[in-house]
Design a protein around this ligand. Structure first.
Ligand code: EPZ
Length: 416
């Protein structure tokens, strides 16, 4: 288990280039199964989660060539329609592979994706939607076997605007017979990116980015070349790193309109934000101010930024209140921050944070992917040395975060 060692107290200054989006790459890599031809993807982040997804594609029979951020996938020779259990458990979002394999082959077998550190992560909405599409589902011994003669388009209303369920319905219905209408669909930008790629393949889809998405089934899909959008959560993470160190940073190769809730909360906390077409410049005040925030489905404040922003608020003047409305177990990082001198308490899905002047370095653990990123930011602020353990979580979703931080003045190194 590797650790990050961080010498805190350095003001971050300079420019950082954002990588491709993890949460757009994963469904888009899965979508390459659908055309039974070649797919060329650009700006794919080289992180654990994309590596695992590509490993599963190879396992089922795809030919995968990787050249840095360029990935070429040939899905002509797929022979297997089941996702191996050990790989299934390495990553939650492998469940969207099911929709892609089903969409093309009308059958798939996979195991229940384990819960994870931020909550139970049920897949009931996915399975309920598959059933509505005419897919038979047999569950036994922890395995789920889905099969049908054909997938017939239908109307599906989601109890919750689930990102994964919305993606799975789209992947399963682009080659279906007839039309599928999803109401209460998720509106996240990653879904728009997936749909843009599918439409380039020849899919007929409308309403992406709204809560009503319509998919008209087509007979087959074409070869495609597609560039993945920048990662909005990485963008927010680096802006918060600038904020928590009193720094001045410019984030380039990003899409500012994807993170309006974050930039407006940073402004409310006293930061100066300059927004240009594909870059955001942040100048932090000497002391940040407390704010209140609630996580919501897009376009609300993203749950993935909650622990990172909660860390910034730990050194802001006054008392902040955070309400986490999406996942039931996303406050574990608060206890780690307390070890660094932070003052906070949790009441159910609400965290009350009383800002302190500065944190102090010690050993803390990554509780999950975004909780781990939050510990890095805490270490950047803290007096002395901070050791962040279990960094495998962080490597799942951030490409070269240590190199990028050192380039703008941080002092962080990996200790194997
Ligand atoms: C996606 O997860 C993201 N992951 C998550 O990012 C993100 O936090 C989440 O969307 C919300 O924005 C990827 O895109 C790979 P959901 P997903 O289905 O699809 C409940 C990160 O850090 N739910 O929108 O799993 C669920 O329990 C990760 O990059 C059901 O009850 O999220 C949760 O409370 C973490 N039944 C809520 O909906 C279901 O069948 C939102 O989940 C599905 C979900």
């Amino acid at each position: 288990m590797a650790n990050y060692i961080i010498e805190g107290g350095k003001r971050l200054e300079g420019e950082v280039k954002i990588s491709g989006s993890k949460n757009a790459s994963l469904p888009i890599i899965c979508a390459s199964i659908l055309n039974g031809k070649k797919t060329k993807l650009y700006n794919v982040p080289d992180i654990h989660d994309t590596q695992v997804t590509l490993k599963i594609l190879r396992y089922i029979g795809c030919k995968v060539k990787k050249d840095n951020d360029k990935i070429e996938i040939d899905s002509r020779y797929i022979t297997k329609k089941e996702i191996p259990e050990d790989l299934m458990h390495q990553m939650r979002s492998t469940v969207i592979l099911a929709g892609a394999i089903l969409g093309r082959f009308k059958e798939v077998t996979f195991s229940y994706p384990g819960g994870c550190d931020i909550g139970a992560r049920p897949i009931d909405l996915h399975l309920k939607s598959f059933k509505k599409l005419g897919i038979n589902i047999a569950e036994n011994y922890g395995f789920i076997r889905c099969s049908c003669d054909k997938i017939v388009g239908t109307n599906i209303d989601l109890d919750f605007p689930s990102v994964g369920a919305t993606e799975n319905i789209i992947l399963a219905s682009v080659l279906a017979e007839g039309k599928t209408v999803i109401t209460n669909a998720a509106r996240e930008p990653e879904i728009v990116d997936l749909v843009n790629m599918l439409k380039k393949m020849g899919a007929i889809i409308s309403g992406e980015g709204t809560n009503i998405i319509q998919i008209e089934g087509v007979k087959e899909l074409k070869e495609v070349k597609y560039r993945i959008m920048p990662d909005r959560i990485e963008t927010g993470t680096f802006l918060c790193a600038g904020a928590i160190t009193g720094g001045k940073i410019k984030v380039t190769n990003c899409i500012p309109e994807h993170i309006v809730p974050i930039t407006s909360k940073l402004e409310e906390a006293g930061c100066n934000i300059l927004i240009e077409k594909n870059s955001i410049e942040l100048k932090a005040p000497t002391r940040l101010k407390a704010v209140e925030l609630k996580t919501m489905p897009y376009p609300g404040f993203p749950t993935d930024m909650q622990s990172i922003f909660g860390t910034v608020l730990s050194v802001s003047k006054g008392t902040s209140v955070i309400t986490e409305n999406i996942f039931e177990n996303r406050f574990k990082y608060l206890a780690e921050l307390k070890r660094m001198g932070a003052k906070n308490k949790q009441e159910g899905n609400v965290a009350i944070i009383t800002g302190v002047r500065r944190l102090s370095g010690t050993n803390v653990k990554s509780t999950d992917l975004r909780g781990g990123a939050a510990m890095i930011l805490a270490g950047l602020n803290a007096k002395g040395t901070t050791t962040v353990t279990n960094i495998e979580y962080i490597l799942r979703g951030y490409e070269n975060i240590d190199k990028k931080l050192n380039k703008i003045g941080a002092n962080i190194r990996i200790e194997e």
